[in-house]
Ligand binder design. Structure first.
Ligand code: B16
Ligand code: MG
Length: 223
């Protein structure tokens, strides 16, 4: 049985989204964006925050300004994004390894031991700080994030770059993602995708689980 699984397994590399897969920084993004909206005298609900997951900083700001029916110049938008980021960085600077999502360390340890190559594929420009604070940096052979890509998810650039750096083909990669745009990016790049979240939302994923604590090496070998 074990022998058979090994023959059929094509996956050599695992590409991980950060926010919502390894750690839950969405709450900090929400608090910082909410504070920014409040300075402009409007508010938005936590449900609306769902639409910001996996979306880049500037695209998030554009959505939020539209909710508040507010128009700003490009220069003002840059200033607002920088202000939000300063509040966000203040919060993530205090993160600890306890904030890593359940099963993450165990799963990353298991796939590392099994010989898979690991890369990060995140939209965040703050990924290095988050990985450092949560003690996850050492797991990753390569880090691709908002600082090294030009196009955001659902464009596959972030994952294609990860595959190139790991020296594997797209077909040999599986992407772990919590955002619809991230699953679309993986599929557009010709990769397998494991959705972290709900089946009725991440409809294009090859497999959906509620968290890394629900995954085993056998699940990867069966993809
Ligand atoms: P930053 P991921 C994404 O991270 C977040 O889900 C999204 O809410 C955020 O706007 C984006 O990073 C940019 O983050 O402002 O830190 O550059 O899910 O792609 O790991
Ligand atoms: Mg995410």
């Amino acid at each position: 049985m074990y022998h058979l699984r090994n023959i059929t397994s094509n996956i050599k590399a695992c590409l991980f989204d950060l926010d919502g897969v390894l750690v839950d920084t969405a709450i900090y993004h929400y608090q910082a964006w909410k504070r920014l909206a409040n300075t402009m005298n409007f508010d938005f609900a936590e449900e609306q925050n769902e639409q910001l997951k996996g979306v880049s900083r500037m695209e998030s700001l554009t959505k939020i300004l539209a909710w508040g029916n507010i128009t700003k110049t490009e220069r003002e938008k840059m200033e607002l994004a920088a202000l939000k980021n300063s509040w966000y960085v203040e919060m993530i600077s205090k993160m600890t390894p306890n904030e890593v999502l359940p099963g993450t360390v165990e799963f990353l340890t298991a796939i590392t031991k099994a010989g898979y190559k690991l890369a990060l594929g995140s939209a965040s420009k703050n990924s290095s700080l988050i990985l450092e604070r949560t003690n996850l940096t050492h797991f990753f052979h390569e880090i691709v994030d908002g600082n090294s890509v030009n196009k955001s998810k659902p464009d596959p650039e972030v994952f294609i770059k990860g595959a190139e750096l790991l020296n594997v083909s797209a077909k040999e990669c599986v992407v772990f993602e919590d955002a619809v745009a991230g699953i679309e990016a993986a599929k557009a790049g010709g990769m397998k995708a494991i959705g972290i979240g709900k089946k009725n939302i991440l409809v294009h994923a090859d497999l959906v689980v509620s968290g890394l604590d629900k995954l085993t090496i056998e699940d990867l070998e069966r993809l």
